[in-house]
Design a binder for this molecule. Structure first.
Ligand SMILES: [Zn+2]
Length: 69
């Protein structure tokens, strides 16, 4: 499986390992999502207006330590 999953319908970049129910990926037609392994390609997509998925890109919420400065 590719490292990243690109939702071309919503222009969202998911982290394959952490994709969850909130990502709504099953709703996206197969021809509207692609896998990607290279960060260079991700950077190009970002320039085109794609965004990181807030639900999975940073990993599972339970494992994230929230640091407040
Ligand atoms: Zn996601």
């Amino acid at each position: 499986m590719a490292k990243y999953l690109i939702d071309h319908k919503h222009k969202r970049i998911h982290r394959s390992a952490f994709v969850g129910d909130k990502c709504d990926l099953p709703q996206i037609p197969l021809n509207k999502r692609t896998g990607e392994d290279f960060e260079e390609k991700i950077n190009i997509l970002m320039v085109k207006g794609y965004e990181y998925c807030q639900f999975c890109y940073d990993g599972p919420p339970l494992l994230v330590n929230e640091v407040h400065e």
